[in-house]
Design a protein around this ligand. Structure first.
Ligand code: NAD
Ligand code: TDX
Length: 348
């Protein structure tokens, strides 16, 4: 019997991964471990929560004793580790939370797996989900991050993710823990917490609030629809090679300002407002400290070795995303009330 621990399954990407695994592998037990921080929301999973192969466990990966006990209680055959503090701006105001969850939390999981799996590693796998931000920033438009690009993290968030990646590789090298890592570009889609660029802009446009563009809006990000990331994780978990790293990206680079204008246009159409109405809300604000200029992934290895490619175009993905937020006002109201609202009000 396969039993897979998915950490951070109540978050944005994690919820899509949990849904995919629960649905596609009905004979595999899926245990979703999540601390339900401000970013974790079980409402992301109501459609699958009563499936017989799904269990939710509330718990914190920074609690080593709890994690060790969890690995003693369950004979996990695999781990897909997504739990993290994920927002760069929050890492600037509170770096220690990122060290605790992203570094210490990851090492707690690695230790528990190392001990529980000792001598019976065969057929098991520890999958660590990481980010393209560990590679630093690009300036030359002809350059892309590949798996062998040197690490050069520049924010507390990316430094914490880079550190966790190094620990995962060290456990493979030292203890022969069967690991695999992927580094993905910016995701977007349903359930994305509205502190991140795309859902924040959609939410503010709806509410006629200013659209805060950092600096001149010239920074470039590569955007991938979240279900294409979940599909890549599924593929790499099942068919990737132990000890390997796979870069995942959408080959879909956008300057922030161009993307915000596109969202304004889409929202004007959806809300039946005259074209140009939402763009008047664009407000240039102080740039993010240490703001990385450009991220761009070369996903050739994943495409050539495992046959993955993005299946959702940006046009389709944005349309689905905008429509999802318009159709899920209650979800938005719930996550934007309370603590998040306090954090957001303190930002500007
Ligand atoms: P998210 O912030 O939406 O979700 C994170 C989840 O982890 C939440 O459910 C939260 O409750 C949980 N969590 C946080 N701290 C925890 C702790 N100490 N113990 C247990 N659970 C905890 O993040 P996301 O955007 O879904 O990102 C998921 C993973 O993918 C992260 O590891 C992130 O670094 C990586 N990633 C994200 C992107 C992106 O564009 N969002 C891109 C590449 C990689
Ligand atoms: O209000 C905003 N205005 C703005 O101009 C916000 C929230 C962002 N931005 C800019 C900053 C970035 O250049 O938009 C770009 C995207 O910002 P975020 O959505 O915060 O994402 P980013 O910082 O690129 O990091 C994301 O992608 C990689 C995720 O949050 C990470 O978890 C992931 O690893």
């Amino acid at each position: 019997m396969q039993k897979i621990l998915i950490t951070g399954g109540a978050g944005f990407i994690g919820s899509h991964v949990v849904r995919r695994f629960v649905t596609n592998y009905p004979t595999t037990q899926i245990v979703n471990l999540d601390a339900l921080t401000y970013a974790g929301n079980l409402a992301n999973l109501t459609d699958i929560e009563s499936q017989p192969n799904y269990t939710f466990v509330k718990g914190d990966i920074t609690d080593a004793a709890f994690i060790d006990e969890l690995f003693k209680t369950h004979d996990f055959t695999g781990v897909v580790h997504l739990a993290a503090e994920s927002h760069v701006d929050r890492s600037i105001s509170d770096p220690m939370a990122f060290v605790m969850t992203n570094v210490i939390g990851t090492v707690n999981l690695l230790n528990a797996a190392r001990i529980a799996w000792k001598g019976k590693e065969e057929g098991r796998r520890f999958y660590h989900v990481s980010t393209d931000e560990v590679y630093g920033e690009l300036h030359d438009p002809k350059e892309f991050f590949v798996e062998t690009t040197s690490y050069d993290p520049r924010s507390p968030y990316s430094a914490s993710k880079a550190s966790s990646d190094h620990f995962v590789r060290a456990y493979h090298n030292t203890y022969k823990l069967p690991v695999v890592i992927s580094n993905c570009s910016n995701n977007y889609g349903p359930n994305h917490f509205p502190e991140k660029l795309i859902p924040l802009m959609i939410n503010n446009i709806q509410n006629n609030k200013p659209l805060p563009v950092y600096g001149k809006g010239e920074n470039v990000r590569d955007w991938l629809y979240v279900e294409d990331h979940a599909r890549a994780i599924d593929l790499i978990f099942h068919e990737g090679v132990n000890g390997e790293t796979y870069n995942i990206g959408g080959c879909n680079e956008w300057k922030n300002l161009d993307l915000v204008f596109l969202l304004c246009k889409l929202m004007d159409e959806k809300l039946g407002r005259p074209e140009g109405t939402s763009a008047q809300l664009i407000t240039y604000v102080t740039d993010r400290a240490g703001h990385d200029l450009r991220y761009a992934i070369d996903p050739s290895k994943l495409m050539n070795e495992l046959g993955w490619k993005p299946s959702v175009t940006f046009e389709e993905g944005l349309e689905k995303t905008v429509q999802w937020y318009l159709d899920n006002q209650k979800w938005l109201e719930n996550v934007t009330s309370g603590n998040y609202q306090k954090y957001y009000d303190g930002m500007y």
